[in-house]
Design a protein around this ligand. Structure first.
Ligand code: NAD
Length: 478
């Protein structure tokens, strides 16, 4: 049994009330640890520590802040194996994925913002008899709230820019996948991050997340998670005039034209549909295929997806690991049932899988469905699992209507070798991120986020540093 501690004021401590939640290993469907069930008292301690630490941290030189963040990046890299194993056990994702994507990217988040802050400049506006310059100052105590699908990757994506900009932070990882955030606390101590600068408070959303959102001394909230919870946070934060960044759900389209580079498209579409069991906010779940290649694509795609190995996350050969929780597992299976009721045909998958020796784990075969309307619930609601639908289209105008026909607008993928079409689609699609002839190719300097119900604000590069600072204009007349 692993027992996780909160990290408050530079120390690993038990929750004030001594309560814990069960922590599950989804590969075997069993409890393997305990995570603090923190409450208002723990948040109060964290806020006090963060407030006290703010004065010194916000006036620490950029060079020194940058050095500590770079050290944290080094230590994550040195502990790659341990972090990857922990992430895989906690989340159910294949350990190979954690090792090649999640943990390296978490280190990159710290390294990137340790460098970005050294290049962060402000503006000056000249007048004939005066000059304006803009200061960008740290805000104070920041709250970050993150989800379970890319646990350390998204946790650090918020913390790193907030700290780089000179803020102190109260961070809440998902209670479903808290282990690598806990390991990060140990690394922060080793790296010499001053006490109280980062405080990690574990617990559930209703108690800890909501308390962070409504605490008057927490001046800004950076949230990644579902649209439902994003709405709750917006409701509380808006009348308090807190700065809010919301990264929420998606229902991403993948537009496949007949003139695409077919082999590259096919291989990438398998990844963009089913990586991390389809539990990446950027995964495509609606696949629109130009009618002339629909049947060929269907045959080839089904064949490739059938060959994916569903199994224990710790095996090197596993492509599809376990679904993160029983709740999510039941939700995904209920959507597959709904798709059938809505008239969909299951081309492959569509059921739970019980790998030998892991029969109590939560595994679902990668599922491809065809024959559904664009407007049905299966094609409108976020499933967030290994489930995609196929739909044919005839013209660019038609597929744009389909692609834009949901409440979401996070990411989209377009496959075509026609440069005019690619640019026309990119311009007219309702999504914050457009990938043409690729998927999940990330440059951390670019704005990241969604439109419509997928998000408010942008993260990444200078956008994140702007979010985590307050601009102040100074005007001097000569
Ligand atoms: P979730 O919204 O249930 O939980 C996210 C976080 O919010 C967790 O830490 C949770 O404890 C906390 N929380 C829950 N209720 C809260 C409340 N009332 N007040 C404050 N905090 C609360 O999301 P999830 O199930 O953990 O993650 C899956 C969702 O995240 C999907 O919708 C997915 O699309 C989305 N997501 C979006 C992005 C993006 O960049 N847009 C990235 C990853 C995941």
């Amino acid at each position: 049994m692993h027992t996780i501690s909160n990290y408050i004021n530079g120390e690993l401590i038990a929750p004030c009330a001594g309560n814990y939640l069960d922590l599950y290993n989804p590969a075997i469907g069993q409890v393997y640890g305990k995570v603090p069930d923190s409450d208002i008292a723990d948040i109060a301690l964290a806020v006090k520590a963060a407030e006290e630490a703010f004065i010194a941290w916000s006036t620490t030189s950029i060079t020194d802040r940058s050095r500590v963040l770079a050290k944290i990046a080094d230590l994550i890299e040195e502990n790659l194996e341990r972090f990857a194993q922990a992430e895989s056990i906690d989340n159910g994702k294949p350990v190979t994925l954690a090792k090649s994507v999640d943990i390296p990217r978490s280190a990159s988040n710290f390294r990137f913002f340790s460098q970005a802050i050294t290049q962060f400049a402000t503006q000056a506006h000249e007048m004939t008899d005066a000059i304006n310059y803009t200061l960008r100052q740290p805000i104070g105590v920041i709250g970050t709230i993150s989800p379970w699908n890319l646990p350390l990757y998204l946790f650090t994506w918020k913390i790193a820019p907030a700290l780089a900009a000179g803020n102190t932070v109260i961070a809440k990882p998902s209670e479903i996948t808290p282990m690598t955030a806990y390991l990060l606390s140990e690394i922060c101590m080793e790296a010499g991050l001053p006490k109280g600068v980062l405080n990690i408070v574990h617990g559930d959303g209703i108690k800890v997340g909501a308390e962070i959102t409504k605490h008057p001394k927490i001046k800004a909230i950076s949230f990644t998670g579902s649209t439902r919870v994003g709405k709750e946070i917006a409701k509380i934060a808006a009348p308090m005039f807190k700065k809010v960044s919301l990264e929420m759900g998606g229902k991403n389209p993948n537009l496949i034209f007949a003139d695409c580079n077919y082999d590259k498209m096919l291989n990438t579409t398998v990844r963009s549909s089913f990586s991390n069991q389809g539990q990446i906010c950027l995964c495509s779940s609606r696949l629109y295929i130009e009618a002339s290649i629909y049947e060929k694509f269907k045959k080839d795609f089904v064949e490739k997806v059938k060959a994916l190995k569903v199994g224990p996350p710790d095996l090197e050969l596993t492509n599809i690991g376990a679904i993160v929780s029983k709740l999510q597992y039941d939700k995904v299976l209920s959507y597959i049932k709904l798709a059938k009721e809505e008239g969909g045909t299951i081309l492959t998958g569509g059921e739970a899988v019980f790998p030998e020796g892991y029969e109590n784990g939560w595994y679902i075969a990668p599922t491809i469905i065809e024959g559904l309307d664009n407007d049905c619930r299966t094609n409108q609601e976020e499933i967030f699992g290994p489930v995609v639908t196929l739909m044919p289209f005839q013209t660019d105008e038609e597929v744009l209507l389909y692609a834009n026909g949901t409440d979401y607008g996070l990411a989209c993928t377009v496959w075509t070798e026609n440069i005019s079409r690619a640019n026309r689609i990119a311009k007219n699609i309702h999504s914050g991120i457009v990938w043409i002839n690729t998927w999940m190719l990330r440059d951390l300097r670019t704005p990241f986020g969604g439109m419509k119900n997928s998000g408010v604000g942008r993260e990444g590069g200078v956008e994140a540093l702007r979010f985590f600072t307050e601009p102040k204009n100074v005007c001097i007349q000569f």
